[in-house]
Design a protein around this ligand. Structure first.
Ligand SMILES: *[C@@H]1O[C@H](CO)[C@@H](O)[C@H](O)[C@H]1NC(C)=O
Ligand SMILES: *[C@@H]1O[C@H](CO)[C@@H](O)[C@H](O)[C@H]1NC(C)=O
Length: 264
């Protein structure tokens, strides 16, 4: 009897070891199948959220093989210059996206399409963004870090602000490096925190001037037409009067003629 139990125990241990390694192998294969982008480091947190770290890899293009159940993606300290449309559209669970410390100067319209309902943190600080295009952020309600970019503040930016869904505090990260008009004194300020500044005022002023010029044009046309009309009529009236005068025996009309000439 003790011999049998001993035998069973030994086999159980072996079986367990076998099973364990089998599980490990499938896990590895599973990992290889879902893949972790080349050179990136993937990890899985307890709550089931996958994290993909591709920081500092000299990448020039956004990897397209990030596993679709990823929740956190770190792509900071690379060499991206643009984010194309739908770059992350296959990541329906993405909560955090770090694109900071790149060379990004262009966010195409729809760059973050598909992330509207899940993404909570977007870091695109320390890039080369100049013009703010609200279409790039369409539908995005995340908190974004927009600091440390060479933002150009102009009327377009001012008009874009009401169309942005990002968490409002995010917009304080738009610190103007250049501005149009230049002398308005917004450089170095967070655009949103300078409420007295109206970057569209110059445009309004030019449209006002244009309106004035057009109105003046119309006015002078009307005046010259009136002058012409009056002159032509004077001529007619005079000819008519001369005709009347030339008629013999109508003296009563001379009084009328004098009133007409005074009116003219
Ligand atoms: C994620 O990718 C796997 C394998 O490519 C696929 O079977 C699955 O449906 C995808 N899930 C979503 C939510 O797209
Ligand atoms: C935003 O990014 C800058 C520079 O990359 C960093 O110093 C700052 O702490 C970030 N701000 C927040 C709120 O994360």
């Amino acid at each position: 009897m003790p011999l049998l139990s001993d035998w069973l125990l030994r086999h159980l241990v072996v079986m367990c070891l076998l099973l364990h390694s089998l599980v490990l192998v499938t896990f590895c294969f599973h990992d290889a199948a879902t893949g972790c982008s080349d050179g990136c480091y993937c990890s899985e947190s307890g709550s089931g959220g996958k994290t993909v770290r591709c920081s500092n890899l000299q990448l020039t293009e956004i990897p397209q093989d990030i596993p679709n159940d990823t929740r956190h993606v770190y792509l900071d300290f690379n060499l991206f210059t643009a984010v194309p449309a739908n770059a992350f559209a296959d990541l329906p669970y993405l909560v955090e996206l770090d694109l900071s410390h790149n060379e990004i100067s262009r966010l195409e319209p729809g760059a973050f399409r598909g992330l509207g309902s899940t993404l909570q943190f977007l870091d695109i600080s320390s890039n080369k963004l100049v013009n703010f295009d609200p279409e790039a952020f369409e539908g995005l309600r995340a908190r974004a870090n927009l600091t440390n970019n060479p933002w150009h503040c102009d009327c377009n930016l001012q008009m874009a602000m009401p169309r942005v869904d990002l968490e409002p505090a995010s917009l304080t990260g738009i610190v103007c490096q250049t501005s149009e008009p230049e002398q308005i004194g917004v450089q170095g300020l967070a655009f949103l925190l300078a409420p007295d500044i109206d970057l569209c005022v110059v445009m309004k002023r030019t449209t006002d001037v244009a309106m004035l010029v057009v109105m003046f044009g119309w006015f002078s046309m009307v005046i010259s037409y009136l002058v012409y009309y009056v002159r032509a009529n004077t001529e007619d009236a005079r000819r008519h009067l001369e005709y009347l005068k030339s008629l013999p025996g109508i003296q009563g009309k001379s009084e009328e003629s004098s009133t007409i000439s005074t009116v003219v």
